[in-house]
Design a protein. Structure first.
Length: 69
């Protein structure tokens, strides 16, 4: 719930494209590492899912910023 708020502040400072690129990179990394994390432990799996959610949360403010420009 907090990542869109933080994402909005980052978008205002660094721009929508940069924040979206970083969010997409983290989102993709968490997606790729999810099967590995599931084999390691439940804590590693939960960490990957949280990282994925945080990275996904910045997408909406970044998209809104890019659309308005």
């Amino acid at each position: 719930m907090l990542s869109p708020i933080v994402g909005g502040a980052l978008v205002d400072r660094y721009g929508g494209k940069n924040v979206m690129a970083c969010g997409l990179a983290l989102w993709s990394l968490a997606t790729v590492l999810t099967p590995w994390a599931a084999q390691q432990s439940i804590l590693a799996l939960i960490t990957m899912r949280v990282l994925m959610g945080v990275a996904e949360g910045v997408a909406m403010p970044a998209m809104n910023n890019m659309l308005t420009r």
